[in-house]
Each structure stands twice: as C-alpha cells, then as structure tokens.
Design a protein around this ligand. Structure first.
Ligand SMILES: N[C@@H](CCC(=O)N[C@@H](CS)C(=O)NCC(=O)O)C(=O)O
Length: 242
C-alpha cells in the first residue's frame, strides 16, 4: 500500500503526527503537496479533495490520508486507521480505544498550543492579535501546559505494562505524538520548558527514546522533516514564553 498524505507543504503542523507514524513504520508514502506540480503535487492537489464537488466525503481540513480509494481526515482518526496497519498500536480493542482517547487529548492540547498565538481568530495574523496573545500566554504556560504534561506523565507512570510507553508494552503512535509535543514545546517555549521539564522525567525519557529510534533519527535528519517555523502550530515568540 502506498499512502498519500495531504498536508500544508511548509509546516510540520498537525501533519507531523501522521508523518512521524508513517516514518516510524517505514511505510511507503508520498507527501503529496510537497511534490512539485510537474509531479502531480502542490496546493491545487491538496485543495481538490476539500473543494471538488465530485468528492462525496470531503475532509474539512488537512491533514488527510488517502489509502487506495479511502480518504480519511482528522489527525486522530488517521492515526486510529494507520495504527493497527503499521503495528503502532496494540491489537486489542481496549488498548486501541485508550490510544485514541489519548490522541484526542493531544488534539485538544494542540488547539490550545495554536491558540496562544491566535487567541482571537485563525484568519488574523499574529501581529493583529498580539496584545490578546500576551494576555493569554501566562495562562497557557502557567496553567495549561503543566496540567496536560502532569496528565501525560501520570499516564506513563500508571501504565501497568510499564517500560515507558503510553499504551501497553510496545511503541505506539501515541508515543510518537508525545515526542512531537515535547519537541514542539521546547522549540516554542524554551524558558518555560527549562522550568517545567524536571517534573516530567518519564515524558523526557520517552522523547529521547523516540528520537533515537533509527527510523525517526533518519527522518529528523532528512529534508522530509520540515524545520519548526513561525507559520506552524509551535511558534517561537519570546514575548509569549513567560
Ligand atoms: N481537528 C482537525 C483540525 C484540522 C485543522 O485545523 N487543520 C488546519 C491545519 S493544522 C487547517 O488547515 N485548518 C483550516 C481551517 O480550520 O479553516 C485535526 O486534528 O486534524
């Protein structure tokens, strides 16, 4: 199966949770919008599934994944689809539901991480909502980041199968997403993370283990990994790192 990932070509964004999963498994995939138009890629190709009336089950927003004739949208839904196929979630139903529950919680966190720099409207630039962003920032860094990280640290601590995984005794797509959360927060909020990280040894160790998976190390060093930047979800605005 050759998977087609459809996501904005210039950012890690939500697409990165899918890229990490495909890369960790060594799956055969194309990052369609990153291909040149001459090779069937680009933004028009991305827009097609959302805008063309011939598409009967259109996704609302990227990322979405095409697998044969199936088009799956919503990050957590894509990962729920890919997990069993790529061996990145345990097979039993309870574990799959738990993984999905954790991934939906990660999706909630991603919204909040985005809204720190876009507290008023997605359609406005950061500089048009800077005042409100500065007002929101200490609530995010002081209340919400610790609340979510406390939760995920507890999830790791309480996993009865232990061994530093979020779900069961083997690596899952949730581990990969937690890696991305820590990496993104370190980029966006280095001062906050320096202050907070000592309280989260399990999350930091999980991040390090994921980074050292040979397939992930190779991916992070390749040009398939788009660097963090100020167009994505995790943006480094020092004035918000309070
Ligand atoms: N809940 C969806 C959110 C998708 C989403 O917000 N995608 C962003 C890019 S990361 C987008 O292009 N949104 C366009 C819009 O909301 O109008 C998911 O997790 O996949």
């Amino acid at each position: 199966m050759r998977y087609e990932l459809y996501y904005w070509p210039g950012i890690q964004g939500r697409g990165e949770f899918v890229r990490l999963t495909l890369e960790a498994a060594g799956a055969d995939y194309v990052d369609v919008a990153r291909l040149p138009r001459s090779k069937g890629g680009g933004i028009p190709k991305l827009m097609h599934f959302m805008e063309d009336e011939s598409v009967k089950r259109p996704p609302f927003a990227p990322p979405y994944l095409k697998a044969g004739r199936l088009v799956v949208g919503q990050t957590a839904n894509i990962l729920m689809f890919l997990g069993p196929r790529l061996g990145l979630v345990p097979k039993d139903e309870r574990s799959r539901l738990w993984a999905h529950q954790l991934q939906l919680t990660i999706a909630d966190f991603v919204v909040e991480a985005h809204d720190i720099h876009h507290p008023i409207a997605v359609s406005l630039y950061y500089h048009q909502q800077k005042r409100e962003a500065r007002r929101r920032a200490p609530h995010f860094t002081g209340e919400r980041v610790p609340k979510y990280l406390d939760y995920f640290e507890q999830v790791l601590a309480r996993n009865p199968r232990g061994k530093g995984h979020a779900v069961g005794s083997t690596a899952s797509y949730v581990d990969l997403s937690l890696f991305q959360i820590i990496a993104g927060l370190r980029y966006a909020l280095p001062r906050t993370m320096k202050r907070l990280e000592p309280a989260y040894p399990r999350l930091v160790a999980l991040h390090d283990r994921v980074r050292l998976r040979p397939s992930i190390t190779a991916y992070l060093e390749s040009d398939r990994r788009i660097p963090f930047n100020e167009d994505g979800i995790f943006r480094h605005y020092p004035e918000l790192d309070v």
